[in-house]
Structure formats: C-alpha cells, structure tokens
Write a protein that binds this ligand. Structure first.
Ligand code: GLA
Length: 714
C-alpha cells in the first residue's frame, strides 16, 4: 500500500499510503516530524497524482501546526486549540498526549484484506494508538476505527474517544446535509451552510436516536448545485450514544469529528487494556447526494452478503389494526384476508403476552396470554401457517414493566441509582443489557420462543431510553462503560440469533426509527424507519432514509387513510406505491376493506413480487423531493433490462394536471440517451434522451396520484 511515487515538495514524508476503493482513492501521509497522519487527497481514482489539495495549511500565530493540519486523528495536547479526537489523562498527571509515529503495522494479511494500520505511541503517558482503515471491495466506502492500548501500569481516563476525523477543503464554505427528526418524524433531510464555525448533532439516549441520524454529507457550498458535485459522507456504525462535530476553520478546511459519547463522561482504560472505537464509515461520490446514496446502498447490499439477496416477504403486521387487543380470533380474521391478498408473512405485534392490556404492564415475562389464545399459542401459529403464511413476532427484550415477575425477582437488573426515583417512560423501565446475566436472560428468552414456536421473523423493539443510568450496588468509579456494554450485548445477541437461527429475519425498531444506525442495519434484515405511516409524511421520511440506507432494509406498510399522524388523504394506489419503495408490508385493518380494495391490494402485491429484485438490488436515483409537486425514485435493474420508476403526486391534489393541459414530468437519470424504452403498461415508447431531458410524463388526477412505471429497454 506504500506509494513512493508521488512526494510533496518540502518535507520528505515518513510515509504515504493510498487506499483504493472501487472508484476512489484516499491518500494519507505522515509528515517528516512524525506527529500525525494527514489527509493528502480523497476523491475519484487518480486524484492522488498531483500536489495535495489539502496542502498549504500551516502554523499561524496563536495556532499550532497540528491545529491547522488536515490530521486524521489527534489527541488533545498535541492539538491544543482546534478540537481533538482523543482526550486522555492519567489520574494525577496533566491532561493530554504528545505521541509520535511508530510505523505502519499492517501485516501482509491486513493488506490482503484491504486494511492499513498506522501506529502512534506516547511512551511518557503509556499509550499506543493504531489508526485502522479498511476498504470494502466493490464499494467506495472506507471503514475507519482506532485501537487504543494502555501500556502504562495504572488506568487511563478517556474523556473523548472518537472514531475518526474527516477533513474536506471547502473554499466556498461548507454545505452540510443531515437527517433530523423526532419520534414519528424521523429522517427529515435538512441542509445548513457554514462559512466559519461549528455544527453539532448527537444522541445521549443510549440509542442512535430519533433526533439525528449519525450520518452527514458534506459539499463545498459554492459547487453544491452543480451537475457534478463532489460529495463526502460519514456514517457512524454505533447503536448507542454518539456525537458529531463539524467545524470550518480559518484555512477553509472543514473537519468532522465523530465518535461515541460515553455515559460516564470518562471511560476507564485499565493498565494493559485495549479498546476499539466503533467504525466510522466514510464515503465519496462525485455525483452529489444522489450518488452518495448509491454508495451507501451498494455498501449495505455488499455487506449483507447472501442474506441481503433473500427476498423480503410481504408482511402483514396487526399493530395498527388491533393495537393491544390481540387475540386468536381477531388475528386469524386478519391473517385470512392477508393470505387472500398475497401476503407471505403474518406478524403479531405488541399485546400477545400475558398481562398486557395496554402499555403500562406486561413487559419482561414473555409468556403468551392463555386467555387470548385459548387453544394455545402454538396451535394459533399453526393455524396462521396453515393459511400459507410464515409467522413473525414482536418483542421488546430490553424493557420491563413494574409489576412483572422479572422485576420482582431481579430489581437490580434495571438501570437505577441508589436513593433516586426511577423515571417511567411509556410506563416501563430499561434493563441494563450490559450485565451478562441480563444478556443471558434475554438470549434464553429468545431461544425459548424461537425453539418452541415456528417463528420466521422477529421484530425487536425498544421504546424507552435509559434515564437514571447507574447500577445498584456498583457505584462509580467502575470498570464498566455502561453504554458500550449495552450496545455490545445488543449486537452480540443479534449476531447469535443469526448464527443459531439463520432462517429468522430480524426487523430492528426503537419506537420507529430510534436505532437505525449503520451497525444496527448491518445486524438486522430490515429496520422500521418510523411509526408514522401517513402517506405524505411517510414519503418525506423515506426520502431522507434512502439518502443513508438501501431500499431492501426499509420496512414500510400500507395503512388505513386517514392515518394517525398525517390525515391528508391519499389513494390506496399512492399508499401502495409508497410502501413498495422498500420492503412492502400491510398494516391496515384489512378486515374492513371492501372487495374492491382487496382486489386492488392483491394486484399491487403481485406487481411488487415481480419487481422485488429490481427494488432491492437495483441502483437508485432519488428524483426531486417530496416538497415538489412530483417526485420519484428510479430503480435501474441490475441486468440493465429495465427501469422502474415509482412516482408520486407529492404536492397539492388538484384533481387536474398541475399545469392545465400539461402533465408534470420526472426527468430520469443514468439512461443511455440512444436506447429506446417501452412503458410496459401503456406501450408508449420513449428514447433515453427524451426521458433524460424532457422527462417521463405524469398526468396526475384525483384517482391517479402515484404509479409504478416499468420502462423496458428495447
Ligand atoms: C413501537 C413500535 C411500533 C409498535 C409499538 C408497539 O412504537 O415502533 O411499531 O410495535 O411499539 O407497542
């Protein structure tokens, strides 16, 4: 990986390394003084052949060279003023580290696996830090992390332990694109421009959270609206608390620092101990936000391996239809209709277990309610399966209700602080999953359910963040880092489920999209982006979601109109086209659907099944936005045989073409201008040039407010 061919003028670097991804390169070098590694170039392959676009930074009065450098990772001490990624001290000694380069530590096997390791050592403090980079073949993503080892003979305290810093030159100022929200309004795409100063987002909720996704896209504001827009992105693979700080300095350099947010304020690293930060995924696309989305999608598809290729079943979920009133007869009535319209999987949501009349009780014991399932839960599942449906179940393993047997037997298993009141959220308490006995209990509970019943799908929910986050009988200072321990055990159980029950698909959920980070997505098969299924709101949520995550992981249901949140009317057609943008499900009370609605649903489901391969494996272009009158998502079939365009009348429903006499148009992308395309439904033929420049006509009316158009290349 060492690349001796291009040397910057001036100081001879100690080393220079170029990481190569599918279409990009990322070059770092360690300057002669050996204090840090810095970014030399990052962009399309070949960008490394020439003087570094990041060079020229230097020390100015009141600023050290380390403060100005596009450094990859620096401790406080060496970087005293401009924000460091690592803040470390040994109790009784001054805060900070002044490390030096200790060489490349990549073994032949590391290099073979696409991994570069650069080591830094502080012999005075007793700290070893290895900056690790791993390319993911077939993608333009590099996964970065840092391994820290305490080589001294007493504990080190880490007040900040980021995963990486990312530098982007922004002579025109920075345009940052981020995903913001709250419960039921997750993944709203927003932008902010910063000429100088900072921007910060994060979560202290022990999950990645509804408020901000641990994700950011960066562009130079002066070129952000151009047709070809260099775009850099980061995504933190961490399912707990986190922070992201972005700062534009006087050198017109944007520095993004991302890492986990330890609950205790400081993490204790014992003598001889090592820890590895979560991975920060970094990506580049020359094709704007849309191109960056394709890089993230490709990465999620490749990382998912063969599991990613498994067709996501069309599910029915009874939550919106029956709420907590779950019993055999209501569920079977729903299952019969679901099977008749073509659903493949029936998921019983919250309310199936004993002592759960509402959300104030019942969590923790996980016994099917004998009164609700008089013939037994197993017999009920067999009846569902007898309809030709696979069976799925909702669980919330990290929660416990007051009054449960679990809490009575193990009062110390919840987060709690001696002498402090326990805050209830949604009437429940949070289990301290970081305790091994709690992990074992949760694993055993899931094993019992999965072995006793033929369950093919598990929806893992989490509906409250921990508040009084301490351990009874184990006050600080303690060796355990609560947030890290909880997340590690959450990930460990998910991995064990995959090993033991490879056929079981897992849906990740946390009161909607509260835990939809890259690490959770990598360990589940789909995630539930939001509890809001109202058609127009959902469109905006999915539009944001698809900038960061791939369609095959996006669970989406057709529900009844008007919805709980967004009561604006939209047709059944609109709701189907919206839900089929990801992994299609139905959440409506289909018992009350008319024969005509059921027939329509059956048609859409059949169409979706035929298109599922393109929807989940195709390349995506996000066209327009839900703020426009018309928007769409274009999926290009992997074999190039067709384009699938999902299009929505996302603006006012006039019942007329938006401009009288002239249909709205969606300009498609990525087509061969010389090729011919035939609309499978209407037979209309278009040239690629027409679709690219004039656009696909969308003659909206009150009844025709969305469509799934297949354009076959002929
Ligand atoms: C959360 C989930 C919903 C549903 C309910 C059940 O809010 O996001 O989809 O499962 O819990 O209580």
């Amino acid at each position: 990986m060492t690349d001796p061919t291009v040397r910057p003028r001036g100081l001879e670097p100690r080393g220079r390394w170029t990481l190569r991804t599918a279409r990009t390169s990322y070059t770092v070098e360690v300057p002669g003084h050996g204090g840090w590694a810095e970014l030399s170039s990052w962009g399309p392959t070949g960008v490394e052949d020439g003087p570094s676009p990041l060079a020229g930074h230097g020390r100015t009065p009141f600023r050290t060279a380390a403060d100005a450098a596009p450094a990859e990772y620096l401790p406080y001490g060496l970087r005293p003023f401009a924000g460091a990624e690592l803040d470390v001290r040994r109790p009784g000694a001054e805060r900070g580290s002044w490390w030096t380069f200790a060489g490349e530590r990549s073994t032949a096997a590391d290099l073979e696996a696409g991994e570069l390791r650069l080591a830094f050592t502080d012999a005075v403090l007793g700290l070893d830090a290895v900056l690790c980079y791993r390319t993911v073949p077939g993608t333009d993503v590099i996964r970065r992390r840092v391994e820290l080892t305490n080589t001294g003979d007493s504990a080190l305290m880490l007040a900040r332990l980021d995963s990486a810093a990312v530098n982007v030159p922004v002579p025109g100022g920075a345009r940052l694109t981020y995903l913001v929200g709250q419960w039921a309004q997750e993944f709203q795409l927003k932008q902010i421009e910063i000429e100088r100063g900072g921007f910060g987002i994060g979560s202290t909720q022990g999950v990645s959270g509804h408020d901000y996704a641990p994700w950011l896209a960066v562009q130079d504001a002066a070129e952000a609206d151009g047709p070809v827009t260099p775009t850099w992105g980061v995504s933190l693979a961490w399912s707990g608390s986190w922070h992201l700080d972005a700062q534009v300095d006087a050198g017109e350099l944007l520095r993004v620092r991302v890492g986990r947010e330890p609950h205790e304020g400081e993490v204790l690293l014992p003598a001889g101990g090592s820890l590895t930060t979560p991975e920060l995924l970094v990506a580049f696309s020359p094709e704007g936000l849309d191109g960056l989305a394709r890089v993230w999608h490709e990465h999620e598809r490749i990382e998912a391996g063969p599991r990613g290729l498994r067709p996501r079943p069309v599910l029915y979920n009874s939550w919106e239809a029956t709420g907590f009133d779950v019993d055999r007869d209501s569920q079977l009535a729903l299952a019969r209709v679901a099977a008749s319209i073509g659903a493949e999987l029936f998921v019983v949501d919250d309310g199936w277990f004993a002592g759960r009349p509402d959300d104030t009780a019942g969590l923790g014991d996980w016994e099917p309610d004998p009164a609700a399932f008089p013939g037994g839960f197993g017999a009920f599942i067999e009846q569902v399966r007898g309809l030709g449906l696979d069976f799925g179940l909702w669980v919330e393993p990290e929660a416990v209700s007051p009054g449960s047997r679990l809490l009575a037997e193990h009062p110390d298993w919840v987060y709690a602080i001696d002498g402090r009141p326990a805050t209830l959220i949604r009437g429940q308490l949070a289990l301290d999953l970081g305790r091994d006995e709690v992990r074992e209990y949760v694993q055993a509970m899931l094993d019992r359910l999965l072995r006793e019943y033929p369950i093919g799908y598990l929806k893992w929910d989490m509906n409250r963040p921990p508040t009084e986050r301490g351990r009874l009988g184990d006050p600080p200072p303690r060796a355990v880092d609560l947030d890290a321990a909880h997340v590690a055990n959450y990930h460990r159980i998910l991995s064990t489920l995959r090993e033991r029950y490879p056929h079981v698909l897992v849906e990740g959920c946390a009161g909607g999209g509260g835990r939809a980070d890259a690490a959770a997505v990598a360990r589940t098969d789909v995630v539930w982006p939001s509890d809001n299924t109202g058609p127009q709101d959902r469109l905006a949520i999915q539009y944001g979601f698809l900038h960061a995550h791939a369609p095959h992981v996006m669970s989406s249901w057709v529900t009844d109109a008007a919805g709980f949140f967004d009561t604006r009317p939209r047709s059944l057609r609109f709701r189907f086209v919206t839900a089929m943008a990801g992994a299609l499900g139905i959440g409506a009370d289909i018992r009350s659907w008319t024969a005509e609605q059921r027939a329509q649903a059956a048609e859409w489901i059949a169409e979706y099944k035929g298109l599922r391969g393109t929807l989940h494996q195709g390349e995506v272009h996000l066209i327009g936005s839900p703020q426009d009158d018309t928007c769409g998502v274009q999926y290009s079939a992997p074999d190039g045989s067709h384009e699938l365009v999902l299009a929505w009348n996302s603006g006012a429903l006039a019942g007329l073409p938006l401009v009288p006499g002239r249909p709205d148009r969606l300009r498609l992308r990525g087509l061969d201008p010389a090729a011919q395309y035939r609309d499978e439904a209407t037979g209309t033929r278009y040239s690629g040039a027409h679709l690219l420049h004039a656009g696909l006509p969308c003659p909206w009316s009150a009844e025709y407010d969305a469509d799934a158009v297949v354009l076959r290349r002929c």
